[in-house]
Design a protein. Structure first.
Length: 117
């Protein structure tokens, strides 16, 4: 089971032991990249979101920062509400995510804002 149709997630149990303060999971891509299913610009209503790439690589776009490539060993904190989209990933892409709070909403947007910089 996963958070998304194209991913398999393993919950690490943080929500239960923190009373819903935080969640952590390992998210592995279960299917090859398919832009129609994956490349949907969105943002998360969170207080904190840390991502660490365990395996593989991906190409992402972040509001205000443009397109970037992340690979094994990359780590970043996504600011609350930052608009982003996954543009591509390798078949072995696997990440560790830590998110506060454990329950949050994700909002799809029509398109990415223009990145000026």
């Amino acid at each position: 089971a996963g958070l998304r149709s194209y991913a398999a997630s393993r919950d690490l149990g943080f929500a239960a032991v923190t009373g819903g303060l935080a969640q952590a999971h390992v998210n592995r891509r279960a299917k090859p990249f398919n832009a129609k299913d994956v490349s949907i610009p969105h943002f998360h209503d969170v207080l904190f979101h840390m991502v660490y790439v365990l395996k593989g690589h991906a190409k992402c776009e972040f509001e205000g920062h443009g397109v970037c490539e992340v690979r094994e060993g990359s780590c970043w904190i996504q600011p609350p509400g930052i608009k982003h989209v996954i543009l591509d990933y390798s078949d072995d892409y696997e990440i560790l995510e830590v998110i506060l709070p454990a329950q949050y909403d994700t909002f799809n947007i029509d398109k990415m804002p223009e990145n000026k910089g």
